[in-house]
Design a protein around this ligand. Structure first.
Ligand code: MN
Length: 252
């Protein structure tokens, strides 16, 4: 299917090495249009720029830098640059893992979700910061050759994390839990006024629960995690009776 239309973006910026690799792999599957932030916009999640103008800078054929967020890039790409809805929206390859709760902060993941919301198949790709992207490339190619064979419902994406070394294979994963330490660092500026730096200690502790993305990616596998934009809580919804007694009862 050479007429497949593929929008790619990331949150590390248009010039990040990961986007170049993603563009190269994706080009084997269709026409690739890159719309990506003009600077590093990591950890902006699904942020939208509602209170400022956006500019698109054409930088050659099917290549645009945008001064907005990753989600802005997807929206401008789908609604303004492309002449029709893309078949795929691919985001990454992010410099660093997006495991566990990272997916809530990640602009890489946010962009893939926006692709799904716009009706495309969405996937987010992230790799260990020391991973050799040349070695990641054939694994992405294999994934893209096969991912349409496995149905994923609406508002869902695939979140892939590539390990540091040559992967042992693909592993279907759940979302792990992770904890960052000393995340807010307080320092003093030269005039004696405090300033703060978020993400001072970037080494999180993962729960590495059985079957999770962190267990897989840190164990040398490509962690393939299906994610759903519905953040609802089914086990609590099942307690409707207890809810009604608690909130609509006589309070005794
Ligand atoms: Mn990033």
């Amino acid at each position: 299917m050479r007429d497949r239309l593929i929008l790619i973006t990331n949150d590390d910026g248009l010039w990040a090495p990961g986007l170049e690799v993603l563009a190269r792999v994706a080009s084997r599957f269709g026409r690739v249009v890159a719309v990506a932030p003009d600077r590093n916009r990591s950890a902006v999640s699904s942020a939208l720029s509602l209170h400022g103008i956006l500019r698109l800078h054409p930088l050659g054929e099917d290549r645009f830098a945008c001064d907005g967020t990753p989600v802005d890039c997807v929206l401008l790409g789908v609604r303004s640059v492309l002449e029709r809805k893309p078949d795929w929206v691919l985001s990454g390859i992010n410099h660093g893992f997006n495991l566990g709760e990272d997916v809530f902060y990640s602009g890489t993941v946010g962009a893939a979700f926006e692709g799904a919301l716009q009706g495309a198949k969405g996937a987010a790709f992230s790799a260990h910061p020391s991973a050799d992207l040349e070695k990641v490339e054939p694994w992405i190619e294999t994934f893209l050759q096969r991912w349409e064979n496995l149905e994923l419902g609406p508002n869902r994406i695939w979140n892939l994390n590539f390990p540091k070394a040559e992967p042992k294979g693909f592993k279907l994963c759940s979302q792990d839990n992770r904890q960052y330490h000393n995340i807010v660092e307080k320092r003093m500026d030269p005039r004696g006024t405090p300033y703060y730096w978020i993400g001072g200690d970037l080494g999180p502790t993962y729960a590495k629960s059985a079957g999770s993305d962190a267990e897989a990616a840190l164990g040398g596998w490509v962690a393939v995690t299906p994610l759903h934009l519905d953040l609802g809580c089914p086990e609590t919804l099942a307690k409707r009776e207890a809810f009604d007694t608690t909130f609509n009862g006589n309070g005794e």
